[in-house]
Design a protein. Structure first.
Lengths: 381, 549
């Protein structure tokens, strides 16, 4: 088992996040700039960072996916931009209000709060939530923060189990230990900022991130957390922002090593990479969300032979193969081991699920597979 | 015995003939009500108005008088109306009035090759019969010739003899010129629709710009359509068939009724545009002697003549046989009555269809403004106005060649993306010495290729002009929409910015508005400069081309 005091090779201090006052101020600055433009009869322009692959790159040094410096300007006097400009201003004003009044809202709520008919027309400020969601992303990027810092949040997903004590500062300062909440553990919230959820005490040696809920439940039932002093986090597929934020905080605030356990297929491996290096969609926020030294424990295609799981592999679908081929080209999968793994998947056209380990026995994963690999530091890197 | 028998036979024949005659008029009418357009409650009333108005217009034009017609419809009870029509025509004499209003098929229009409104002379007498059958009452007619003497008379039809019955004849003094008729009808209904008398009158006014019509509807509302032209259309002439396109059967039937003694004189006298040169060519092309009696022409010989006609050049039929409305006249009346935002009118040259009959097509496309048919909910639909010899065709649109031609045009190409739901009025007027109606109801033009093609060409020509206008309009509308979009967003933007920065919202709003308007003005200016440049370039190209020539 890795020691609690494992020193990450790279910088382990969390990027300093802006406080509500600073963010409100940043919004004010953007608004003031636009007002100045209007007053001096210049085109009112809103500037934000360009998203998408053209402006995303992998930073070898930090091990993070990062957003480039390209910016996008939205000019109100351009009829093609005018509507979105108007919508962005509405979102800006509303989040500014949330920050000032210390309120939080779901992204669906801000959509409903801002939706109304424009004057006498049949046009609405927003026709559907995708429009306001896009503006939220624009504002996040313009202010250089995450939406949670704009007091907004999306639907939560993910579960937490283990000897960890949290305090909900937004809810009577409820303080609870996640080992004592029953088998389900604690539902990870969408907003996992330190101002709201405080990590009081952790009695663990590492964090185990698990892709499928079924495997998470299996490990809870097997008493894995207690036995191995582990914090279990079930992502239920691709990890939500709150879950990623929590993993990031456990790594940086509590210095716990992070181990990722997913299905042995391109989809599972990509879940791992998002936790480790960040995602392209949220490239700007990798510093808040990613853990560049997270370790991958399995499943790997080597496990198939090693544990005699040939009978319980699945055929890869066309889409999976295509995905694997794409991933071959991603800079953050360019390591020797990962290239070998991906190529193996492409040539063998098989995948292996976490639960295939039950072929040995239900407790095999908790008693043998994981402890053995952790002990021998058998990680794919 | 033999003599007795003979007498007997004669008596029987006479009796039969008499019986046949007695029944004939009433029977004829009943059987042909459908054909005459006197069926359907709304349609019947429109047809009645049509018959009276047509008579009045023809009479006025014949006498070179600018027509002024007053029409009044009063509701006497459920499906019971009184119709009054008064004109300023030459008036009728006592001798003629009976025939005009009290004898079916007495007209002079039947079987004449000439552009006329009616072609069957069932008109006014048909209405008398209809009135008589539904109310049992005679029609009242007043006539004056403008010399101070007038007479009033009540007319009905003796169904047995098809003879007019006049009663209550009265002479009196009044300075009135024209004919006024008043008749009562049951089984009819006044309802404002696309096929109502009002629509009939409106369309009559459009196609007859020299006519003033005043109409008082059953609710007492007055509709006045003033003339927009003081020119009385020239009188159409009776005309001979044109050699191009006559059929073998036509030639044979003309040959049977000709006064000519020889085929050569038959050809010379009985066909339009037949010159000496053409005759010479024809004589070379046929293998029989053109000096033979036309009545002895065989089918084969007639076939040779028709073939020779086809291969010989003739002048187009003389245009003075037709009396089109005229481009300017259509424009004026269309503008006054339909009030479109844009109008393009095309008057085509006369053409010939199958039987050698001259015809001419005039079309107008009106877009925007009050053009199009307005539904009760305010929505606009496309409106197609069909006219044959200046008479509006309101019924049987589906089986009409005009409708077919309008529908065959690819309106999308002319900027009307959704033709059916566009604010557009399409006006199509066909004048001909012989309009090929599909039925005796005279409400639909038969589907004859030459006519459909000609209408289509006219519409396409007019459509091209319309599309240019629509493109400019669309651009203008786009600008308008952009301006409106900006104006919609400005209050939102200024309120949002004001909330964040605490700047005065009003001030911000005004500034933004000015900014947007300046920007739009600038764009307009740039557009103008660009346009001027493009024009200058065009001129340069032209002058260069001239130089190189």
């Amino acid at each position: 088992m890795p020691k609690k005091a494992t020193k990450p090779k790279r910088r382990l201090r969390e990027k300093r996040t802006k406080g509500p006052k600073e963010i409100a101020k940043a919004i004010e600055e953007i608004a003031k700039k636009i007002v100045r433009e209007i007053n001096s009869s210049k085109d009112p322009i809103f500037v934000t960072k360009t998203r998408g692959r053209s402006n995303v790159s992998f930073d070898e040094k930090t091990g993070l996916i990062k957003l480039g410096k390209k910016t996008t300007a939205r000019n109100f006097l351009n009829i093609g931009h005018a509507r979105k400009f108007m919508q962005t201003m509405l979102v800006m004003a509303k989040t500014h209000e949330y920050l000032k009044e210390n309120k939080t809202a779901a992204i669906r709520e801000i959509y409903y709060e801002l939706k109304h008919t424009l004057g006498e027309s049949k046009e609405n400020t927003f026709e559907d939530q995708s429009e306001s969601d896009a503006c939220i992303v624009d504002v996040e990027h313009a202010v250089d923060t995450i939406r949670e810092r704009l007091n907004l949040h999306a639907n939560p997903k993910g579960s937490l189990y283990g000897d960890i004590t949290l305090r909900d500062r937004m809810h009577n300062n409820d303080t609870f230990n996640c080992l004592k909440l029953g088998r389900g553990g604690w539902s990870i919230m969408s907003r996992m900022e330190p101002e709201e959820i405080e990590i009081r005490k952790v009695n663990a040696k590492f964090v185990l991130v698990i892709e499928t809920s079924a495997m998470y439940e299996r490990l809870v039932e097997e008493g894995f957390a207690k036995k191995h002093k582990a914090i279990l986090i079930g992502t239920g597929g691709q990890a939500a922002r709150g879950t990623r934020r929590l993993i990031h905080r456990l790594r940086y605030e509590k210095k716990l090593p992070v181990i990722v356990f997913t299905d042995g297929d391109p989809y599972g491996w990509y879940i791992y990479s998002v936790i480790k290096q960040g995602s392209m969609a949220l490239a700007a926020h990798s510093e808040y969300l990613a853990c560049p030294d997270a370790k991958y424990i399995g499943m790997t295609l080597d496990d198939v032979e090693r544990y005699n799981l040939e009978n319980v592999t699945e055929k890869m679908k066309e889409g999976d193969i295509k995905r694997a081929k794409e991933m071959l080209d991603y800079a953050w999968f360019k390591t020797k081991e990962w290239q070998r793994q991906l190529k193996m998947a492409i040539s063998k056209k098989i995948r292996i699920e976490q639960q295939a380990l039950a072929n040995k026995s239900l407790s095999f994963v908790a008693d043998t597979y994981l402890p053995e690999k952790i002990k021998n530091k058998e990680f794919l890197d | 015995m033999a003599k007795e028998q003979q007498i007997d036979i004669t008596t029987t024949a006479e009796a039969l003939a008499k019986e046949f005659k007695e029944h004939s008029v009433a029977e004829f009418f009943k059987k042909n009500r459908q054909m005459l357009g006197l069926y359907g409650k709304i349609r019947s009333l429109t047809t009645i108005i049509h018959e009276y108005v047509t008579n009045s217009l023809d009479a006025c034009e014949e006498a070179n008088i600018l027509p002024e017609i007053e029409i009044k419809i009063d509701e006497l009870g459920p499906e019971y109306y009184e119709v009054t029509v008064k004109d300023n025509g030459p008036g009728l004499t006592k001798e003629v009035v009976g025939k005009a209003f009290g004898q079916l098929l007495a007209g002079t229009k039947f079987h004449r090759l000439m552009q006329m409104r009616g072609q069957q002379g069932i008109g006014a007498a048909g209405c008398t019969m209809f009135s008589q059958m539904t109310t049992g009452k005679p029609v009242k007619v007043i006539s004056g010739t403008g010399n101070g003497k007038c007479f009033a008379v009540e007319i009905s039809i003796d169904a047995k003899t098809n003879q007019p019955k006049l009663s209550n004849y009265k002479e009196f003094k009044r300075n009135f010129r024209g004919v006024a008729v008043r008749a009562k009808f049951k089984e009819v209904l006044y309802k404002e629709s696309e096929q109502s008398p009002l629509e009939y009158i409106r369309r009559t006014a459009i196609a007859n710009p020299h006519v003033t019509i005043k109409f008082t509807d059953p609710s007492g509302k007055k509709h006045i359509f003033k003339r927009t032209s003081n020119k009385i259309p020239k009188k159409p002439k009776a005309v001979k068939p044109h050699p191009k396109g006559v059929t073998v059967d036509d030639v044979l039937s003309y040959a049977r009724s000709t006064k000519a003694q020889k085929v050569i004189s038959f050809l010379k006298n009985d066909f339009d545009r037949m010159g000496a040169k053409a005759l010479e060519e024809i004589s070379k092309k046929v293998n029989f002697d053109l000096n033979k009696d036309p009545r002895s022409l065989t089918w084969e010989e007639a076939e040779q003549i028709v073939k020779a006609f086809r291969e010989t050049d003739f002048l187009a039929p003389s245009t003075d046989t037709l009396s089109p409305i005229g481009e300017e006249q259509i424009k004026k009346s269309f503008q006054t009555i339909v009030k479109p935002e844009f109008l393009s009118v095309v008057s085509r040259k006369p053409k010939v269809y199958a039987g050698g009959f001259a015809f001419q097509v005039e079309v107008g496309i009106g877009v925007g403004g009050e053009a199009g048919r307005t539904l009760a909910n305010g929505e606009k639909k496309a409106e197609i106005m069909r006219f044959a010899n200046k008479v509006p065709l309101l019924f049987d649109a589906g089986s009409c060649a005009i409708t077919k031609a309008v529908q065959s045009v690819d309106w999308k190409r002319y900027g009307l993306k959704d033709f059916e739901n566009s604010p557009v009025t399409v006006f199509v007027s066909l004048v001909s010495v012989y309009v090929p109606y599909t039925g005796a109801g005279k409400q639909a033009v038969a589907d004859i290729d030459e006519i459909v093609e000609e209408i289509k060409l006219a519409l396409m020509d007019s459509g091209r002009r319309t599309s240019r206008y629509l493109a400019a309009l669309r651009k203008e509308r786009e600008k308008q929409m952009r301006r409106e979009a900006f104006m919609k967003y400005i209050p939102e933007v200024s309120s949002a910015l004001a909330k964040i920065t605490k700047v005065k919202e009003d001030k911000l709003k005004k500034k933004l508005e000015k900014l947007v308007l300046d920007k739009l003005k600038l764009e307009e200016l740039e557009e103008k400069i660009e346009k001027a440049r493009a024009e200058a370039r065009g001129k340069e190209v032209k002058s260069n081309a001239k130089e190189s020539n």
